[in-house]
Design a protein around this ligand. Sequence first.
Ligand SMILES: Cc1cc2nc3c(=O)[nH]c(=O)nc-3n(C[C@H](O)[C@H](O)[C@H](O)COP(=O)(O)O)c2cc1C
Ligand SMILES: [Fe+2]
Ligand SMILES: [Fe+2]
Length: 422
Amino acid sequence: MASTYDLPGFVWNKATELTDGVYRVGVNIEDPDYLFEGLWPIPDGTSINGYAVRGEKKAIIDLTQILFDFPDRYTKQLEEIGFPLEDVDYVIINHLEPDHAGFLPVMAKVNSKTKFYCTPKAVPGIQAFASIPLDRIVEVNDGDTLDLGAGKVLQFFHAPNVHWPEVMVTFEQSSGVLFTCDAFGSYGRVDEVFDDQISDAKQEWYIQEAERYYANIVAKFSRFVVRAIDKLAPLVPQISMICPSHGIVWRSKKDKIIDAYIRLAKYADGPAEPEVTVIWGSMYGYTKQMVDRVIEGLHSEGVKVHVYRVPKDDVGYVLGSAWRSSGLVLAMPTYEYRMFPPMAHVLDDFGRKEVKRKKVLRVGGFGWSGGASKEFSNLTAGLEWDCLPEVEWQGHASPEVLQKGYEAARELARQVKAYALK
Ligand SMILES: Cc1cc2nc3c(=O)[nH]c(=O)nc-3n(C[C@H](O)[C@H](O)[C@H](O)COP(=O)(O)O)c2cc1C
Ligand SMILES: [Fe+2]
Ligand SMILES: [Fe+2]
C-alpha cells in the first residue's frame, strides 16, 4: 500500500484548538483504495478524530487507529498541544472499535499511571483487545462526571449500540462540547475542521457522506440511535459543538447534522424520501430494456430516481441510496435457476442492514423456466416490503410487457409519493 505521504493532496494535519483547552487531534485516511471496515469504499477518505481536554488534569478522548503512520501523527499532534503521552491523566474510551481504540495498548504501555474510563460493558473488551489490567480501568455509570479541575468537567452518557454495545458519549460541561464518537460521523476527508469554515455546498457534501456512513455502519442500530438522541435531547440547548470521531466538527450548523441523523434513523421505519432507487443487473440487455421503460415511468410521475448497476456499483453506495428512498426497483434476470448473483448479494445486505418496509417493484427476464422470482421472495421475506405484482417475461420483453412495466413504475411512484416522510 502506498505511503500516505506519497498520495496526492497529502496534508500534515495539525491539532486544532476548538475552544479554550479543548482540542481536536485528527488524521485523514488518504488512500483512495482503502476500504472502511475492510468493506466500504471511501474514495474521498474519512477522518479519524481524537480529542483532548485540558483542566488541571489532562484527558484524551477517542484515540486513533493503528494504520499507516497514524500513531506517530497522533502522538506528534498531542505533543504540539502539550499532551505528551506520558503526561496524560485520563483516557476516555467512548467506543472500543479499533479505528479509535487501536492505539490503546500503546497508550497503556507508554504511560503506566493513566486511568482508562469506559462503560461497564467495555471492560472485558478493553482487557481482550488491549490487555489493560482491571486496576487501571474505571467504570462509569450513566451521567457520572469526572472533574479535571480548572472548571473542566466531563460527563458520560451511555449510548449502547450506537454502534457497539459498550458505546458512550462524553460532554464537557463548561464548554458545551459533546464528543459523540461514531454518532453524527461521516465519511469524507477533513481539511477545514469546522462547519463554518466551509461552503454550504461542502456542508451538504458531508451530510451526504454522513448518509452513506449511516447506511453502511449505523443503520441496523437505528432504534438505539433514536434512544440516544432522545436521551441527549435535554442537553441540546447547552451543546456548543458536536465532535464526532469521523468528519467535521459541527458548531454553527449543529442542527443540520442533528436533524439529518434524526431523519436517517426515522428511515428505518420505511417511509423515507419521496425517491426511488433502481438497482439493476443484466447480462445481455433484455432486463435493461425494461429498466429504461421503468425509469421513464418513474420520471413521468415526477419522483427523484437514483440508478445503480450491480456488480459495477458498490453495494455501499446502493445501501446509502436505498436507505433514503421510500421506493425500490429491483431488476435482475434468472441465473442458474436463481437470481443474477450480485443482486442476491445486495438483497442479503439489505437483510443485514434492515432496509425494511419499502414500496417495491421487481422486474426481470428469464430464458426457460425462471427462478429469480422465488429467490427474491425468499431473500426479502423478513423485510416487510410492500411489493407490486412483479413483471417477469421469457426472452425479450414485448411492447405489451414493456408497457406493463411502465405502468407498474408509475403506480410505484404514486405509492411512494403518498408514503414518503412529509
Ligand atoms: C449463466 C446463465 C444462466 C442462466 N440460467 C437460467 C436459468 O436457470 N433459468 C432460466 O430461465 N434462464 C436462465 N438463463 C437465461 C437468462 O435468464 C435469459 O437469457 C435472460 O433473458 C437474460 O436477461 P438479461 O439480458 O437481462 O441478462 C441463464 C443465462 C445465463 C447466461
Ligand atoms: Fe464504530
Ligand atoms: Fe468509528
